[in-house]
Design a protein around this ligand. Structure first.
Ligand SMILES: [Zn+2]
Length: 250
């Protein structure tokens, strides 16, 4: 776990990452790991200096089970609100499902890293029902960073569709940090590659849209990138996007 700026803590979980935001008297999360990551999420809030019972908001990048997995249990415990983009709400509520399934994995299950990831995903509760029926919509990007405060931190949601229909990145302008979710990552259990990269096409709802959407990130001003998978990057968004697309074209 690393404190990126005052009250902004980046946590590398066993297979996916989340961010803990600490305020004066409340706590917020961006993403929440797999269902079985719940004890780790709770511990990370405490290590960051917060109290789980002060959790007021869980903003999610997208509705995949390795990002919203602990949200329902945390909502039950704390009454926190769960926020996602309007376009992602059906996936978060599980009235629709935009996630890779067993049928997509079978053809590549012979690959050792994929097999290992699949075992972890199943054990971590990845096949369980992780929907959050109460999830509500975020303010649109046009509303600016003053429209949303999470535990006192200004947050700008930036729509980056393609990985899922309403995938959202979050800019923390005061921390000069960008939470990218799965729009751009820096590593993943299914590959040995490290550094700015896109997930392989099989993981995206719409791979071509996932690439086009990155233009929205390239305009943002930040020095630190907090991806949904892989380590923190000290890099600006324009360089991040250029590097990820260049690697994707190799
Ligand atoms: Zn994902």
């Amino acid at each position: 776990m690393s404190e990126v700026a005052a009250g902004v803590h980046f946590v590398e979980g066993p297979a996916s990452n989340w961010v803990v935001l600490i305020g004066v008297d409340d706590v917020a999360l961006i993403d929440s790991g797999y269902p079985k990551d719940l004890p780790l999420v709770v511990e990370s809030i405490q290590r960051a200096g917060g109290r789980v019972d002060d959790l007021t908001t869980i903003a999610v990048t997208h509705g995949h089970s390795d990002h919203i997995g602990s949200a329902a249990a945390l909502v039950d415990r704390t009454g926190a609100r769960v926020l996602g983009s309007t376009d992602e709400l059906p996936n978060i509520r599980r009235t629709e499902l935009h996630q890779i399934g067993v049928g997509d994995i079978l053809p590549v299950l012979w690959k050792p890293l994929i097999a290992r990831w699949t075992v972890h995903a199943v054990r971590a509760g990845g096949l369980g029902d992780v929907g959050v029926a109460s999830a509500a919509g975020l303010p649109a990007s046009e509303a600016g960073p003053d429209a949303l405060r999470l535990a006192g931190h200004r947050v700008l949601p930036v729509l980056v569709p393609g990985h899922t229909p309403g995938h959202t990145a979050y800019l923390l302008p005061d921390a000069r940090a960008l939470v990218t979710g799965d729009a751009v990552i820096s590593g993943h259990p299914t590959t040995r590659e490290l550094g700015p990269q896109l997930l392989a096409p099989m993981w995206h709802s719409d791979p071509a849209l996932a690439e086009r959407s990155l233009a929205a990130l390239a305009e943002l001003s930040a020095d630190t990138v907090l991806p949904g998978h892989g380590p923190l990057l000290r890099i600006t968004p324009p360089v991040l996007v250029e590097s990820a697309l260049r690697r994707d074209g190799d």
